[in-house]
Each structure stands twice: as C-alpha cells, then as structure tokens.
Design a protein around this ligand. Structure first.
Ligand code: 9YT
Length: 132
C-alpha cells in the first residue's frame, strides 16, 4: 500500500509549475499502477492549448469555473465542480479558467514526473523520473 498527502507532496519535486498551471503528481509511473494521478490548479484568467498525442486523460473538476473548447469539433463545454471531461481521442483543445480551477487528473500511460507541455501541447512518452 502507498499512502501520500497532497500537503506533503506539494513540498517535493512532485509539484511541477508551468505558465498557466501547477500540478502535484501524487501517483507516477514508478508506482507501477498503470496510470498517474495528479491534482492540478489552472490559474484564473488563462487559456492553455493542449494536445496529448501520447496520452489519454480524464479530468474531474473539484473547484472553480472554466470551459473547454474542442478545436476538432468547435464545441465548448462549461467546466464546473462535478464535471468530468475525458480525452478519449487525443482531442486537441483549449482549456480556459475564468476562476482558478482545481482538477483531479488521471493519465494513461502514467507520467514519469517532470513533464511539461511541448510546443504542440503534448507530453513526451519519456521524461525525467521523480524519486522520493
Ligand atoms: C488539465 C490538464 O491537463 N492540465 C495540465 C496539467 C496536467 N493535468 C498535469 O500535468 O498534471
């Protein structure tokens, strides 16, 4: 069994920060669960272009207010507490936060730990591994 707390993990290199978001990766590839699990905050009044060409992601909104726009279909969906969106087709999208969003995110395959978006809005399959 593995037990961690968000409070403690935020003080370690499990926490990664980018221009429009910060994320604490509570569960990673080297935990051998087949997925990774993160708590992510999307900063208020930001827009992030994301295209996970190498990963599938499910995102559940815990707190905040925003929207997701599919750049494939043009559809826009509100994101509010209780909303989940599931990127089952490597969907190219824009994620907008009107208020800061707190999100629970699951990635398959799991992240290694230090990934940040490349110019395409994707993560590479291999990246620096986080060790405790
Ligand atoms: C929703 C989303 O993908 N935001 C970017 C950060 C990502 N959740 C991560 O790397 O933890």
């Amino acid at each position: 069994m593995i037990v961690r707390t968000l409070k403690e993990a935020r003080e370690t290199n499990r926490r990664v920060e980018s221009a429009t978001w910060e994320s604490t990766r509570l569960l990673l590839k080297n935990d051998n669960m087949g997925f990774s699990f993160h708590i992510t905050r999307i900063f208020a009044h930001t827009e992030t272009r994301i295209h996970y060409q190498n990963h599938l992601e499910s995102v559940y909104c815990i707190r905040g207010k925003g929207e997701i726009e599919s750049l494939d279909s043009g559809e826009i969906h509100p994101i509010l507490p209780g909303t989940i969106y599931i990127l089952d087709k490597h969907d190219l999208h824009l994620l907008r936060a009107e208020e800061e969003l707190e999100l629970a995110c699951v990635f398959n395959p799991p992240l290694n730990g230090k990934e940040v978006h490349n110019a395409d809005g994707a993560y590479p399959l291999e990246a620096e591994v986080v060790s405790d």
